[in-house]
Design a protein around this ligand. Structure first.
Ligand SMILES: [Zn+2]
Length: 502
């Protein structure tokens, strides 16, 4: 009898533990809205399995407001103890890819996604355009109790009332306004400068998702606006704090909820950094064909708070969608040049070529240098160099590199340095009559020739070489200064040159 009791207690404990684990984490279901179209976008349902409210969170409606999308994405990881979270983090995928507020390629009266939801004071009004219709159907099918739409304004509303930045715009329902005030108190607790604090504004604009939630579903709808003069981490954190507070109020989470990766990054500054918008905007290719230690090193160096550059990663899809137009420089880092070429595809290569032709800067490091050359059917042909050997796996070594006088003036630093090399291109002139000759900025003075690669061809061949391509400039770097201690200045100097006037 005693044994049987003990067994029952054990089983009961086991079931409770198993059940509470499910409850604390929730079950996430992933779907795709508008699959097989250019608007295809993931949506997530996180179901705690315990009765409670359903909250819909939307981000990325305006493509130039990425903090809302990142914040909404981070919330997919949040453990939910009651109710359901529905998350559509990237509502306007083409807009996000192009970093444009409106939907690219649509006529004007449909291009602002947040004006396409059912209109106020018109009972039978319907959502307009395929994307808003799909999102509105997703919302109504799931019968949410709350809808939060995460946006960004260009200025702090208290300092500039033309912008809605740092505000919660709320439908005039008492439940919504009381919750908004609690969310405002939570986020304002983290802001010391009183003129940068968030304020509540009433009545979201007609045609917006939040307004339609109030008018057509009679539920609280809110547009949460951060201010994009602040660092990304700060904006994401502010969205997280506001949403988290509402979920706490609704009993869906508790104090222990881990906020996203950004919460403890740069959380102290609440004044915009001076000249933040003057930084050189650099895109770093992220996708198949690149990897290793180079990209994280570049992300760290080029995004330091006092660096003159700001670096964001860009995907093959974004490149194909024309997103390079938002940048001054693109970097392709280490990996495999032919894989990078394959991954961005013919239309992506055409976008990169056009970007440089129209005045953009190109920095290729190792694989990215192969990609720029004129020797392969898959390469970009934006610099008049070709590789000298069909065998490329020369190995990895620290080698001596000597700057030319042109290299010394562009790149600075000591004339002879040790640099990490890992199978970068060994080049000579490609004799392409459509391209000006390249200029060597540094030569290898020692070599590595493993795996039966030809000896002697590497010594005194260009390690770094530059060229002009129509209105743009190119620098190719065969070794890895970004991964060499003491040479971290070299890529930033290369960036300065490719963006400088001719
Ligand atoms: Zn917006």
């Amino acid at each position: 009898m005693q044994r049987k009791m003990a067994w029952l207690v054990t089983m009961a404990w086991w079931f409770m533990a198993a059940a509470s684990q499910v409850n604390a984490v929730g079950i996430t279901t992933t779907n795709r809205l508008m699959a097989e179209t250019r608007f295809a976008t993931p949506c997530y349902t996180i179901d705690s399995g315990i009765p409670g409210p359903t909250v819909l969170i939307v981000g990325g409606v305006h493509g130039n407001e990425p903090a809302g999308a990142k914040a909404a994405e981070s919330m997919c990881q949040w453990p939910i103890k009651a109710g359901r979270l529905l998350i559509l983090p990237r509502a306007n995928v083409p807009g996000l890819a192009a970093n444009k507020r409106l939907i690219p390629g649509l006529e004007t009266n449909l291009s602002n996604l947040n004006r396409n939801y059912p209109r106020a004071k018109q009972k039978d009004s319907e959502a307009r355009g395929d994307l808003a219709r799909a999102i509105w159907k997703f919302a109504t099918d799931n019968k949410p109790d709350w809808i939060l739409d995460l946006h960004e304004g260009y200025d702090f509303h208290q300092l500039n009332d033309k912008s809605v930045g740092s505000s919660i715009i709320c439908v005039p329902l008492p439940t919504a306004q009381a919750a908004a005030d609690e969310m405002l108190a939570a986020v304002n607790d983290t802001i010391t400068n009183s003129s940068l604090k968030f304020v509540r504004r009433n009545l979201p604009i007609d045609g917006s998702l939040a307004r339609a939630a109030g008018e057509h579903l009679q539920i609280p709808g809110m547009t949460l606006e951060t201010t994009d003069k602040q660092p990304m981490e700060k904006r994401v954190e502010q969205h997280q704090i506001m949403v988290h507070r509402l979920l706490m109020r609704l009993g869906m989470t508790d104090e222990s909820l881990p906020l996203g990766n950004f919460l403890n990054i740069g959380g102290q500054e609440d004044t915009p950094p001076p000249h933040a918008t003057d930084k050189i905007k650099v895109a770093l290719y992220k996708g198949s064909g690149t990897g290793g230690n180079g990209p994280p090193d570049l992300l760290r160096t080029l995004n330091e708070s006092n660096a003159p550059t700001s670096l964001v990663e860009i995907s093959p899809e974004e490149i194909r969608a024309g997103a390079l137009t938002n940048f001054s420089v693109v970097i392709f880092a280490g990996g495999s040049g032919s894989q990078e070429a394959k991954s961005i595809g013919e239309s992506g290569r055409a976008e990169v070529e056009k970007f440089v032709r129209n005045g953009g800067g190109y920095i290729g490091i190792c694989a990215g240098a192969y990609l720029a050359t004129a020797g392969y059917p898959w390469s970009l042909h934006i610099i008049n160099a070709k590789t000298l050997s069909p065998k490329w796996a020369r190995g990895r070594a620290v080698l001596k590199m000597e700057l030319t006088s042109a290299g010394a003036s562009i790149l600075g630093g000591p004339p002879i340095v040790n640099v990490l090399y890992h199978q970068g291109p060994i080049v000579g002139p490609a004799q392409d009559t459509n391209l000006p000759p390249y200029e060597p900025l540094a030569y290898f003075r020692t070599e590595v020739a493993s795996n039966d690669t030809p000896k002697g061809i590497m010594i005194n061949s260009p390690a770094i070489f530059s060229g002009r391509y129509n209105a743009g400039k190119v620098i190719c770097i065969s070794p890895h200064p970004e991964q060499t201690e003491g040479l971290e200045y070299l890529v930033p100097r290369a960036i300065q040159w490719v963006v400088s006037a001719n």
